[in-house]
Design a protein around this ligand. Structure first.
Ligand code: PLP
Length: 428
């Protein structure tokens, strides 16, 4: 089959009729499949079930320092949980605060603190006429929702193969002191799956910013989520903390992470890591907000994951379930769409998503067609600030939840919808 761009009008019309008929057959099957959100599958959740037996009524419920985990106290986490989360955040336990169940809450709270109190003595951001934030695109919709909710103006910057377009980032941050920070998902980014290069990390740490209190929100949600046993050399991310210290900007970053996609989303442990000055400032406010977080869950996680020592084995088991799903997505996209020359997509080595680029002006139509045929995708536009993808071309594919056979059927529907939307545009 030639590329769609090289087909005559008559050939395109014939192809449209064929694809439309296939779409009709698929829609008639009454499918109910979901590729909308990055949820672990039931088989992945099974991997952490033994964790629920770690703490029974016979277990020693004291942390190693003697803290009774059943009772109030310990604002920043029990020592063994701090070591676990330090392993995850690539930092030292003394720079870590172990929080509740969601890193998203930690990011929201961090942003609110800056709006209300400022950062290390700076003017509270909420008192400034405007606050802006750099948003690499395509990006994570819930990051964008935090900014939107808090009235922070989002500025999209392109996300390239090795991280945000640094020329553009450097140009923007030096010129405008209203730009207070940037979202970064440095490893297996959501949704493109790319990993930041060492050079990108160094440039983010060292760039000249008009705002003295510029902050990098370093959301390492997929720090250990590779599909094969060991991460590839290029997936080992340079430590942002070290890079910031070396560049003379030691307080520029806040690292966030959680065990949501290691154990149980919604019932995991989240944490942040930051410089000593930032940690002290955060603890001051956190101590008013809470007496301590769920130490029983911290203890359970620390023991189950052996303070991080069991992470490689545990994540390899996740990878063994995820890898084949991503291979299937790649195979289906290549088989169905490569020849037509109408789309590009990423092929990540870890994380939870594939980023798909269809012809300009078709993403909304593709998602609508898929929905009408029983396949729910992430809303088109979700990967852009304000839900507004100017090219209407990007779609996030989330293959983790459905079992392989369902994913197979869902990808058949999706690729058919891509062709149909592209042909409608070319012919009509
Ligand atoms: N950060 C990123 C980049 C994510 O993709 C997700 C979930 O999809 C989260 C954070 C949510 O993490 P948590 O469950 O710790 O709130």
């Amino acid at each position: 089959m030639p590329r769609y761009a090289e087909m005559s009008k008559a050939e395109l019309e014939a192809e449209l009729a064929e694809v439309r008929a296939r779409y009709g057959e698929m829609a008639a099957r009454g499918l109910k499949l979901n590729m909308a959100r990055g949820k672990p599958s039931a088989a992945q959740l099974e991997l952490s079930l033994p964790m629920l037996d770690v703490l029974d009524s016979e277990a020693d419920l004291a942390a190693e320092d003697g803290t009774d985990c059943r009772n109030y106290g310990v604002l920043d986490g029990i020592p063994e949980a701090k070591r676990l989360m330090a392993a995850l955040l690539d930092d030292e336990p003394e720079n870590v605060i172990v929080l509740g169940n969601a890193s998203l809450t930690a990011m929201y709270d961090a942003m609110v603190r800056y709006l209300v109190f400022g950062a290390l003595g700076s003017t509270p951001w909420g008192r400034l006429p405007e606050v802006k934030w750099l948003c690499p695109v395509p990006g994570y919709d819930r990051h964008f929702s935090i900014c939107e909710d808090l009235g922070i103006e989002m500025i999209p910057v392109p996300l390239c193969e090795d991280g945000p377009d640094m020329e553009e980032v450097e140009r923007l941050v030096v010129a405008d002191d209203a730009i207070k920070g940037i979202w970064c998902v440095p490893k297996y980014s959501n949704p493109s799956g790319i990993t930041y290069s060492d050079e990108t990390v160094r440039r983010l740490a060292a760039m000249e910013c008009a705002a003295d209190d510029f902050r990098i929100f370093w959301d390492n949600a997929y720090a250990v989520h590779h599909f094969s046993g060991d991460p590839a050399e290029q997936d080992i991310v340079l430590d942002i903390a070290e890079a910031c210290r070396e560049a003379g900007n030691p307080d520029r970053y806040l690292k966030f992470g959680s065990t949501s996609k290691i154990t149980f989303p919604g019932a995991g442990v989240a944490a942040l890591a930051a410089s000593p000055a930032n940690i002290a400032e955060i603890k001051r406010h956190l101590g008013v907000q809470a007496i301590g977080h769920d130490k029983l869950n911290q203890l359970r996680h620390a023991r189950f994951l052996e303070e991080g020592a069991r992470l490689p084995e545990h994540m390899a088991a996740h990878g063994a379930l995820m890898g084949p799903k991503f291979e299937l997505v790649e195979k289906k996209l290549a088989e169905e769409l490569a020849e037509a020359g109408i789309a590009t997509w990423t092929n990540p080595r870890g994380g939870y998503f594939v980023s798909f680029e269809g012809p300009a002006g078709t993403a909304r139509r593709i998602v609508e067609l898929a929905k009408n045929a029983g396949v729910t995708m992430t809303d088109a536009g979700a990967t852009w600030p304000y839900g507004d993808d100017p090219a209407d071309s990007n779609i996030r594919i989330a293959p983790s939840l459905p079992p392989l056979e369902e994913l197979d059927a869902a990808m058949d529907v999706f690729t058919c919808c891509v062709k149909l939307a592209a042909l409608e545009q070319l012919v009509e």
